[in-house]
Design a protein around this ligand. Structure first.
Ligand code: ADQ
Length: 752
């Protein structure tokens, strides 16, 4: 519309200006014509009256004079007649011009003397009039009087105004007609073909380019579409070849690597599209407070840590909540961008949420309700009706965002976590043909615990829209199957590990998540330099170093960890001045009171413990409260003699695995809470009950005094476990499971 206006506006301006100039000339000539006409008429009338006036004046016929002038009174327009005697005094005047007597008429003298007629425009009251005065002569050519005819000129202006009105209306009609014709032409020539082409591209994007949706366009746009089709065909063929080659390579390789996952996904997914949905986005853009420039950060999140390598390996689209304050600056018109920023491997689609939506759905229902419900940490879940409504609305918003991206057939949607329990059902209602899997990254509680949730049925029903639900460990799978069995009308098949409700089957499987080959990117020399820097900065020479890396969350057992260190130093004071614990802690969900209070509690506790044990410059705990990039964290893992993971309850815990993966020199000890999912796999860790302060403190001592050979043996075993069951295998297994599920063959795009 803007473009067409830009095009026709100059034309309209030219037409309007020309029309106005033409109008001015037209009105001027009309004015001249009417005025001339008026003068001519006045002269003719005066001349026609000359004879009768002479007779009246000669006979002093006052009655005849009055009769003559009063004839003008009856006329429609304002007209009048005045008869003067030979002295220039008014003899008779038309009634409506009786005030004419008062008018000063210096020109009469001149007319009487020169016997010359006079025509002039005069002012009379509020009128403009034309007056024509004709001398009346007798046979001896003497002036016996004057006849004056007065015509009102206002009708000339009325006529001119009417003419202007007619011209304006003609101009408006002309402009409207030109506009309509221009819009019509632009629709025919430009908009409609582009709309048809866009529609075709939409189908084409979704892979829906069969005979039902042929390219209808002819001409240049048609040529363009046909070229695009050829490029896509070339890509499809290349992809197919790659898929087959990938299959061969997958079969050859034993260990899972990024390359094997990529091959596996290509072999399994083929041309089918993969979509990941999560609350947390893998890359967020935030304004750097110091420099004022936007920068890209990777949030501290286990989900992001796990899924990003998969998406890097296989491409696809990741749909997530846009939470960075500079996110808007980096998306295209469809809210998408290529990530990672400098090496685009997949598409990130950002979904915007209002503050109220974020409060209700994320902070409220997800993190004050479901999070404490699923973690046994004795923090009471809060279920507010308003949060639930926001949660439902946001799930619907994500469903809409996904549905508009889905191709015509064979799409796989991989949903992350407890933020989207309703999403699977919402998607399936509209697109029963797509395969939906959900991975639950946190623990699933037993039915008694879950049954306190007021919205339990809707949540379970929503989740059972999935074809596959994954948990980290079998124990959580069993809890879920039990919950579905007890709280919902459904049948659990214990042989197939599935839940059947209304004929729809949902498989439930354990997929223990893991890490990729952590820190493979840097060479040893770079690491040594970075570790040396840290040692200098924190005065760690000759100290044994323990490290903790967490989001600040009450489930991570940071308070219990600090209390255990306090107890350890009380019990084994010989470690004073020799032992340092470094806690890297990323603030998280700080708007929630429980988290806000926890931050204060940890600050105070660390200060107190440091105060209790400090000696000279030495403090037992170094607390680094900020977000660190993975590259910044890795030298801490490398230099730490011990890593402490003391979660009170944790779905898996990636920090434990990251530490072991980073320990290439095998010289380290992992202290690991037995309430983490990781404890089921990392059985060579020193396992603790974080609630038991005494046991915890002794475990630190045990770790510090462990013989080198024992440390090596344990770390080696755990590294083997992680190498064999890394994040690529986790993803590969899930993708294999998803793609092996039987689905209806095709989907009719008309259903969207
Ligand atoms: P989280 O509870 O977020 O994940 P976790 O598995 O511990 O927990 O992963 C945290 C990630 O954040 C790690 O990659 C770690 O390196 C990183 N991180 C921690 N502190 C950081 C800091 N200060 N700065 C930057 N990064 C930091 C949820 C579940 C877990 C499950 C994961 C994956 O709660 O049980 O293991 O998902 O499924």
């Amino acid at each position: 519309m803007k473009r067409i206006l830009l095009f026709i506006l100059p034309i309209l301006i030219i037409i309007s200006v020309s029309f106005t100039i033409f109008g001015v000339f037209q009105v001027r000539s009309e004015e001249d014509r009417l005025t001339e006409d008026l003068k001519r008429k006045a002269r003719a009338v005066a001349e026609s009256m000359e004879l009768s006036a002479r007779h009246i004046l000669a006979n002093n016929d006052l009655r005849g004079a009055k009769r003559t002038v009063e004839r003008f009174q009856k006329r429609e327009r304002l007209q009048g007649c005045v008869i003067y005697d030979s002295k220039g005094a008014i003899y008779a005047v038309t009634e409506r011009f009786s005030d004419w007597k008062e008018k000063d008429k210096p020109y009469l003298k001149y007319i009487l003397e020169n016997k010359a007629p006079r025509g002039a425009i005069e002012k009379f009251k509020n009128y403009t009039v034309y007056s024509y005065i004709l001398p009346v002569l007798d046979d001896e050519n003497n002036v016996v009087g004057l006849v004056e005819i007065i015509y009102d000129t206002s009708y000339v202006f009325t006529q001119l105004a009417q003419l202007w009105r007619r011209l304006s209306i003609t101009l408006i009609i002309l402009v409207v007609v030109i506009l309509i014709i221009a819009l019509f032409l632009q629709k025919q020539i430009f908009v409609s073909p582009v709309e048809r082409l866009t529609e075709w591209f939409k189908h084409f994007q979704r892979g829906d380019i069969d005979a039902q949706h042929p390219i209808k366009e002819k001409g240049e746009l048609g040529k363009l579409a046909r070229e695009v089709e050829q490029v896509a065909l070339g890509l499809r063929v290349a992809r197919k070849t790659m898929t087959e080659e990938a299959q061969v390579r997958v079969e050859k390789e034993d260990l899972w690597t990024e390359a094997k996952l990529r091959d596996n996904i290509r072999a399994k997914l083929g041309e089918n599209a993969l979509f990941v949905v999560s609350n947390r986005e893998p890359y967020m853009h935030v304004m750097d407070e110091r420099s004022g420039a936007p920068r890209c950060v990777r949030p501290a999140s286990g989900v992001v840590t796990a899924i990003d390598p998969i998406m890097r390996a296989c491409g696809g689209t990741w749909i997530a909540h846009a939470s960075g304050n500079a996110d808007k600056k980096f998306v295209n018109s469809k809210n998408k961008l290529g990530v990672p920023p400098k090496d685009n491997r997949y598409i990130l689609k950002r979904v915007w949420l209002s503050k109220a939506e974020e409060d209700g759905y994320y902070y409220g229902f997800s993190n004050e309700g479901l999070w404490p419900l699923c973690h046994i940490t004795h923090t009471r879940p809060i279920f507010r009706e308003s949060d639930w409504q926001a949660y439902k609305n946001v799930n619907q918003k994500f469903a809409d965002n996904i549905l508009e991206e889905l191709p015509a057939k064979n799409a796989f949607i991989f949903i992350q976590d407890y933020h989207f329990t309703l999403l699977p059902k919402m998607i399936k209602e509209k697109r029963p043909d797509v395969t939906v899997a959900l991975f639950w990254h946190i623990p699933w509680p037993n039915p008694e615990v879950f049954s306190i949730c007021p919205y339990q049925e809707e949540i379970l029903e929503g989740m059972l829209g999935c074809d596959l639900i994954g948990f980290h460990i079998q124990y959580h799978c069993n809890n879920f199957l039990d919950t579905a069995n007890r709280l919902l009308e459904s049948r659990v098949d214990t042989e197939r590990f599935s839940v059947i409700r209304f004929g729809k089957e949902t498989f439930v499987r354990a997929f223990p998540i893991s890490v990729d080959d952590y820190m493979e990117g840097k060479d040893d020399q770079t690491y040594n330099e970075e570790m040396e820097k840290i040692r200098k900065e924190f005065d760690l020479k000759d100290k044994v170093v323990a490290v903790g890396v967490d989001r600040i969350d009450y489930t991570k057992g940071i308070v219990e960890r600090v209390l255990a260190i306090d107890r350890f130093l009380q019990k084994y004071p010989e470690y004073k001045n020799k032992f340092v614990f470094i806690q890297l802690a990323a603030p998280s969900r700080t708007h929630i009171k429980r988290y806000h209070d926890l931050m204060g509690e940890i600050d105070e506790l660390i200060e107190k413990v440091n105060w209790n044990h400090m000696e000279g410059d030495w403090r037992p705990i170094i607390y680094l409260k900020r977000h660190f990039s993975p590259e910044e964290i890795s030298p801490f893992y490398r230099l730490a003699d011990i890593c402490i993971v003391s979660s009170l309850h944790d779905g898996m815990n990636l920090v434990a695995k990251e530490y072991i993966a980073a320990k290439r020199d095998l010289n380290g000890v992992l202290i690991l809470s037995r309430f983490t999912g990781a404890a089921k796999e990392l059985t060579d860790a020193v396992q603790i009950n974080p609630y038991s302060r005494e046991e915890f403190a002794d475990s630190i001592k045990f770790a510090l005094t462990m013989p080198e050979s024992e440390k090596k043996r344990r770390v080696e075993n755990m590294r083997k476990e992680i190498r064999e069951n890394n994040v690529y295998k986790w993803a590969g297994n899930i993708i294999s499971e998803i793609t092996s599920l039987k689905k209806p063959d095709t989907y009719s795009a008309t259903q969207t």
